[in-house]
Design a binder for this molecule. Structure first.
Ligand code: M6R
Length: 611
């Protein structure tokens, strides 16, 4: 989704801003722009397309050297992705520049009023209304900080906002409501960004702005207040990752790097938490709510996309092992259906980014209804992590590939840890706890083994690269794995794929099966193995092309499937952590075979910060 980066200090700002914009490219965008201030004037350059196209435009049309400026990468909502609609947006006089992530919901009302007052709009965006509104308020003699504050009082919607004025060219005014925004604190220089990746090369000291806060940022100082001018003291925090973690480290794509990081990231999710010898788990972020969790009337897991799939697997773990009734909801549905939630419910918000707008809104809804609200989040310091009453970081490290991979297996690992912690507290014996803990402890090595099949999976992708439809089938805890496999394929290779519970196939999708239809079965040797095998037979009888994800000791399946990818055995409910890995690799190699943009697939954003 849209990206923001701004710099004020002693150095030439443009190279820093362009570098920051490139580091934000993974978020997904369709145009980019910059503005700098020099000699009491603002200078702009905006371009549809990639940051490289903006750079090319800047070669032809050089902007003056400056030590204050800002850049934006836009993911279009209101108005098509063209040069005019790209940010920054200005006012009638050209003295104000605004970059904005989020949506101004009442922009049409504000625009109509401003047009009546004589303001002339150039773009079709909602954002431009902010520049004119600020201009209008500054006409009354207000300074930039006051004007932004007052303007935002008239605005409905969400924003991560940076504003510059040629009349006060030594500072930014920034504000946040519902869209992430951080300040990067340097020595005689400060930055502002929507994402730590944009500033990590320059500083690891950051200030997280909260919703409803507005800050004035100059080279040497920043001050923060609420929209009502109440001063807020902010703490400077240290980012816990470094530059190397957001670089490709010799891999062709971030997605491939992140798939291969999984033995390590799964280990990181368990480090210092899993107590193998005691058969238990310690989760510091949940200690103060452990009683709530153990005695919960039910657990509601909420997320979007891949995080929702992780929640579905969590449902199997929590109900079957910890014996707590569990429901899983799409955040976007939960937030608007006035759900029945009480103080005896525990709501687990699953989110890699910790910034997904729908998940954040669901969090607020559940909190308002009195539930205990906990986050299972990857990005440290993100809004969902901060707004939750407690939670667990999955510690997968920065995930740059738009298609989520390592965050998913880390989410599953954390859900397994939470499950084991509750189960032990509810009376599971130490012996049984140890069995599960040992299975968890063995997972990183088993994932490493699965990754050893990469060459075989690449050959498989070559075989199927011409297929335009795929069916993914699984049962029990592997049904969500089928959904996740299908989502990965859709996202990066643009192939139509459906995930289904294997037994549901005969209620409809079986009509699709013919000799051209690849069907991926997730069929580990678990309690329902024989049942899934019957579904495999049904597909075979109709000449579908069967690809099976099966255990190493399964010799039955090779008689039925055209291709078998082997995964080691593990405890049934932990199986998804292994079984999803070949599906991630399959989607990656299918995308490579079809020549699509793996790390920045069309239309997608890494973190969906608008509704
Ligand atoms: O950051 P979140 O986990 O909240 O994001 C949720 C979804 O937007 C995300 O999982 C999306 O589906 C990914 N592109 C999946 O690969």
């Amino acid at each position: 989704m849209c990206g923001i980066v701004g710099y004020v200090g002693k150095r030439e700002c443009l190279p820093i801003i362009l570098e920051g914009l490139k580091r934000l490219e993974y978020r997904g965008y369709d145009s980019a722009g910059v503005a700098v201030a020099q000699s009491g004037k603002l200078f702009f350059q905006k371009k549809a397309g990639k940051v490289s196209e903006l750079e090319a435009a800047l070669v032809l049309n050089r902007l003056p050297a400056s030590t204050i400026g800002m850049g934006h990468s836009r993911w279009a909502t209101h108005g098509e992705p063209n040069d005019t609609n790209a940010h920054p947006h200005s006012d009638c006089s050209g003295t104000i520049a605004v970059i904005h992530n989020g949506i101004i919901e009442n922009f049409q009302t504000l625009k109509t009023k401003l047009q009546k007052d004589g303001h002339v709009f150039k773009s079709a965006t909602d954002t431009e209304v902010l520049s004119h509104l600020i201009e209008e308020i500054m006409k009354n003699g207000n300074d930039l900080f006051t004007a932004v504050r007052l303007a935002l009082k008239e605005v409905q919607g969400a924003y991560g906002l940076v504003v510059m004025s040629s009349k006060e060219p030594e500072k930014f005014v920034v504000a946040k409501l519902g869209s992430p925004l951080i300040l990067g604190i340097g020595d005689g220089e400060n930055m502002v960004a929507s994402d730590a990746a944009a500033i990590i090369a320059h500083t690891r000291q950051v200030v997280y702005l909260n919703d409803g806060e507005v800050a004035e940022v100059s080279a040497d100082a920043f001050k923060t207040t609420t929209l009502d001018q109440v001063e807020v003291t902010k703490e400077i925090k240290k980012i816990d990752f470094d530059l190397s973690q957001i670089e490709r480290a010799g891999f062709d794509h971030f997605m491939l790097k992140e798939i291969h990081e999984q033995p390590e990231t799964i280990r990181n999710a368990m480090r210092g938490r899993l107590q193998v010898e005691q058969g238990g788990v310690r989760l510091g972020g949940l200690e103060h709510v452990q009683a709530k969790l153990v005695n919960a009337r039910r657990i509601i897991i909420i997320g979007c996309g891949t995080s929702w799939h992780a929640g579905l697997v969590g449902e199997y773990m929590l109900e079957q092992i910890a014996k707590i009734p569990t429901e899983v909801e799409y955040a976007s549905e939960f937030r608007y259906r006035n759900p029945v939630v009480t103080s005896e419910d525990v709501v687990l918000l699953m989110s890699q980014s910790g910034e997904t707008a729908d998940t954040l809104a669901a969090l607020k809804e559940a909190k308002a209804k009195g539930a205990t609200v906990l986050g299972v989040v990857n990005v440290v310091g993100s809004t969902i992590a901060r707004e939750s009453m407690g939670g667990v970081y999955v510690h997968a490290g920065p995930e740059i590939g738009v298609a989520s991979t390592k965050a998913f297996t880390s989410q599953l690992t954390v859900l397994a840890l939470i499950t084991l912690m509750i189960a032990r507290a509810k009376g599971m014996s130490e012996t049984d706890g140890k069995i599960l803990a040992k299975e968890l402890d063995a997972l990183p090595d088993k994932v490493r083994k699965v990754l050893g099949n990469a060459d075989q999976i690449q050959r498989l992708a070559d075989e199927f690269k011409g297929s335009n439809n795929f069916l993914y089938l699984g049962r029990g805890a592997n049904f969500p794995v089928a959904l996740e496999g299908a989502l990965k394929l859709k996202e990066i290779s643009y192939i139509h794929a459906e995930g289904y519970p294997a037994a549901e196939m005969k209620h409809g999708p079986i009509a699709l099966i013919d000799k051209n239809m690849p069907v991926v079965f997730v069929v580990p040797k678990d309690a329902i193995y024989e049942k899934v095998l019957s579904n495999v037979q049904e597909v075979r009888a109709r000449k579908g092309r069967i690809i099976a994800i099966a255990n190493e000791d399964d010799h039955e399946i090779e008689k039925l499937a055209e291709f078998v990818i082997r995964v080691p055995r593990t405890y049934g409910f932990f199986g998804p952590i292994l079984n999803v890995v070949p599906l991630q690799l399959l989607s990656y190699y299918m995308a490579i075979a079809r020549g699509t943009n793996v790390d920045q697939p069309r239309n997608l954003a890494k973190s969906v910060t608008v509704e």
